[in-house]
Design a protein around this ligand. Structure first.
Ligand code: CDP
Ligand code: CDP
Length: 226
């Protein structure tokens, strides 16, 4: 029997990470945060003083870096040149530059290939911007989570207050809008509703409601094909 792949796409703060992590935990599938790879490359560039607006330099840095992938507690993890960047991936310098890194075609080709290789780990839930459209277009389950921009900005703002103790909703809204625009207008693999994806507008929904819907649809399928 082939492995289950659940693809979850959508704009920033639509709930992808929270929902995907919970769905994976529920089903005992591996959780893969594809954005972490793009953030990891951005972290590496910042750390090495490489200008993210200089694609040649970023590609050169990527080709010189050694990436290793492994599974820990049903989560895909990785190191770049032996360092686990997890704790730095949501920092401000990374957040503000990641969309520039994600427009570089060679970087995307590298990340897509790495993400496709993770299928070897077994059943998985992967979240991102192009999972149902490019990484796993034949995934049995594809979801596109969305929420109103104001609601997404409120969610991110709440997180920023908790982690950094500061931030204005209006600033978060414009930062998200800028990244949404770059993500949906870029030439390669723009953010879009993948063919065959089920759209869930999470604006008025709790995390549990979104998780329950996905888990029950997968479980119904498992029961029917058992
Ligand atoms: O958590 P949030 O939605 O803010 O971001 P993320 O999923 O960590 O992704 C960060 C950035 O990486 C996005 O804004 C995209 O520019 C890029 N990305 C992408 O291009 N393709 C993916 N499959 C995942 C992320
Ligand atoms: O991964 P993505 O950027 O799409 O979003 P996230 O980081 O999973 O979710 C952003 C925030 O919204 C988190 O703090 C969630 O707890 C919250 N959220 C919510 O309040 N209601 C939902 N239905 C989904 C997420």
């Amino acid at each position: 029997m082939t492995n289950y792949r659940i693809a979850i796409d959508g704009p920033a703060a639509s709930g992808k990470s929270t929902v995907s992590r919970e769905v994976a935990r529920n089903l005992k599938f591996m959780y893969v945060d594809s954005g972490a790879l793009y953030r990891g490359m951005t972290w590496k560039a910042v750390r090495e003083g490489v200008d993210v607006k200089d694609p040649e330099a970023v590609i050169d840095l990527m080709n010189r870096s050694e990436w290793d992938f492994f599974e820990e507690d049903l989560t895909l993890k990785f190191t770049i040149d032996g360092v686990d960047p997890t704790d730095h991936l949501r920092s401000e310098p990374v957040r503000e530059r990641v969309a520039d890194i994600a427009v570089i075609q060679e970087i995307r080709a590298f990340m897509v290939a790495r993400l496709q290789e993770t299928a070897a780990f077994g059943d998985l839930v992967m979240e991102g911007r192009d999972i149902g459209s490019v990484v796993f277009p034949d995934a049995l389950f594809k979801y596109y989570l969305d929420a109103d921009p104001e609601e997404r900005a409120r969610r991110r703002h709440k997180e920023l207050l908790a982690t950094e103790g500061r931030g204005e909703v209006s600033e978060v809204l414009s930062s998200l809008a800028r990244r949404d625009k770059m993500d949906s207008t870029r030439k390669t693999a723009p953010l879009q509703i993948p063919l065959g994806a089920r759209v869930i507008n999470t604006t008025g929904m709790t995390i549990e409601e979104v998780v329950d819907r996905i888990v029950s649809e997968v479980n119904e399928h498992r029961a029917a094909s058992a």
